[in-house]
Ligand binder design. Structure first.
Ligand code: ATP
Length: 233
């Protein structure tokens, strides 16, 4: 479904991604793992064309989307949930969801408020509260919920478990598995293997912008030396 093909990305003169090559198959969850500063966010931004790869291609559903404006990438069915929560703090939960609403998309779930509230019951209780009244974890959920209102086929979640309470982390893992059950394809980034283990089918490990491992979660688990070298466990 998504191919990252020989991607090199830079910030100015500094090369941050070196020849990344991996694929994400339809209906799977792939975890992009690596320590702080490894290049996970830059990989996601390169897919979304928020950072333009200087070399290489991003192929989505057979189409080369490299160089497209990011809003066109999003309209094509890729939903990006950045690490920093991007909600409208002055708007209510319902109003935030309305902002994210897009027309139905062929072959994708058409999300309604009731459906996202089934996924995030805490948000249902707070539907008339303003964004600023929500906890960090609830804001994180609202950012995902709002992205779902755009009916994506593919969702990119940048460190969804970062900075939220353990009980919410468990809920987040359940949500990701429910999204997969809905037929969405998921690429998430994580520093910690523990969360990835609960949800991922495939794993890509990067360090200093270079890919160190691509394979299934099971294959990674049979190579503890790779895990120990590149990840915090
Ligand atoms: P984190 O877990 O901290 O988000 P990450 O794996 O997502 O880490 P990136 O944010 O992609 O890593 O950063 C990769 C490298 O690029 C780091 O060395 C970082 O300092 C650098 N970098 C990130 N954003 C910029 C920028 N806007 N300008 C210059 N360098 C940047």
């Amino acid at each position: 479904m998504l191919e990252v093909n020989g991607v090199n990305s830079f910030y100015g003169k500094a090369q941050v991604l070196n020849d990344l090559n991996f694929t994400v198959d339809r209906g799977t969850v792939v975890a992009l793992l690596g320590r702080n500063g490894a290049g996970k966010t830059t990989t996601m931004k390169s897919i979304m064309q928020l950072v333009r790869p200087r070399q290489g291609k991003i192929i989505y559903q057979g189409q080369d989307i490299t160089g497209w404006p990011s809003h066109k990438v999003a309209r094509n069915g890729l939903g990006y949930v950045p690490e920093e929560r991007r909600i409208f703090t002055q708007l209510t939960v319902m109003e935030n969801l309305e902002v994210g609403r897009q027309p139905p998309r062929d072959g994708c779930t058409t999300w309604t408020e009731d459906m996202v509230f089934d996924l995030f019951p805490n948000l249902a209780e707070r539907r008339h509260n303003r964004g600023k009244a929500l906890s960090g974890g609830e804001q994180q959920m609202l950012t995902i919920a709002r992205t779902l209102m755009g009916n994506p086929a593919f969702i990119l979640l940048d460190e969804p478990s970062e900075g939220i309470a353990p009980v919410i982390v468990e809920q987040m893992a359940r949500v990701i598995l429910q999204l997969k059950a809905e037929g969405l394809t998921v690429l998430l980034s994580e520093q910690n293997l523990h969360f990835a283990q609960a949800v991922a089918d495939g794993v890509v490990i990067i360090e200093h912008g270079t890919q160190k491992f691509v394979g299934t979660l099971a294959a990674l688990q049979s190579q503890p030396e790779i895990r120990d070298q590149y990840l915090s466990v």
